[in-house]
Design a binder for this molecule. Structure first.
Ligand code: 13P
Length: 251
């Protein structure tokens, strides 16, 4: 049995004051112990969130890390080593906003994935196709290629600790959600690709869905056999909505 995971990606949002309010409201949510919950604040607020969630059952992760580990001359970057020191247990790698807006390549994404694991963090590897790619029937090929690059760089054993998130680009922030069947098809393909390397590891890997998940559509998505939780953007900024999504993952 895979333990459901719900992750809140706060993206480039929040001030010290609004983050404090959000945490306070999150701490009042009833969360089911069967569901693992992680939030990903901006790096500016990581220390604050780690401190304010101390002793709570919500873990903290970073939205990105450098492909270089340790310390050194790399202006503006944050290494996985530093993020671990700040109290992060998780890190997102390869979010489509970084791939498409900031030009992050499959190569860079796979190096970040390895760097995170090397420092003891669990990476959440984000994969997904654009609308154009879906409409031209390339979804499975695109997602398969993104995943293959990471398997080649990190090895299949790396997936004992990693999580995969399928986030169709056209569903992110658009209000358009993949249907449970559309998502399930891609999730099953991801698991099959991992199973071709190692069946046992593939069965244990959690594959999250992301893209306009809301309290109203979460249960149906999480009811699919290969959907093990969600990576939530907009709705993770509202404690009541995020709490409801977390509870849906526990049912
Ligand atoms: P939305 O939930 O706002 O569509 O964002 C999804 C996402 O990109 C999470 O990483």
């Amino acid at each position: 049995m895979r333990r459901p995971l719900v992750a809140g990606n706060w993206k480039m949002n929040g001030t010290r004051a609004s983050v404090a309010e959000l945490i306070e409201a999150l701490c009042q949510q009833e969360l089911s112990p069967g569901v693992e919950v992680v939030v990903f604040p901006s790096s500016l607020h990581l220390t604050q969130v780690v401190e304010e969630l101390e002793g709570r059952s919500i873990a903290v992760g970073a939205q990105d890390c450098s492909s270089e580990v340790g310390f050194g001359a790399l202006t503006g970057e944050e290494s996985a080593s530093q993020l671990v020191d700040a109290g992060c247990k998780w890190v997102l790698v390869g979010h489509s906003e970084r791939r498409l807006i900031l030009g992050e390549s499959d190569d860079v994404v796979s190096k970040k994935f390895v760097a995170a694991l090397e420092c003891g963090m669990a990476p959440v590897l984000c994969l997904g196709e654009t609308l154009e790619q879906r409409q031209s029937g390339q979804t499975l090929e695109v997602v398969g290629r993104q995943l293959a690059r990471v398997i080649a760089e990190a090895g299949i054993a790396a997936f004992k600790k990693a999580v995969v998130a399928y986030e169709p680009v056209w569903a992110i922030g658009s209000g358009l959600t993949a249907t449970p069947q559309q998502a399930q098809q891609v999730h099953a393909a991801i698991r099959e690709q991992l199973a071709r390397e190692d069946q046992r590891i593939a069965e244990g890997v959690r594959v999250l869905y992301g893209g306009s998940v809301k309290a109203e559509n979460a249960s149906e998505l999480f009811g699919m056999s290969d959907i093990d939780g969600g990576l939530i953007g907009g709705a993770s900024l509202k404690a009541n909505d995020f709490g409801a999504i977390c509870r849906a993952a526990g049912n």
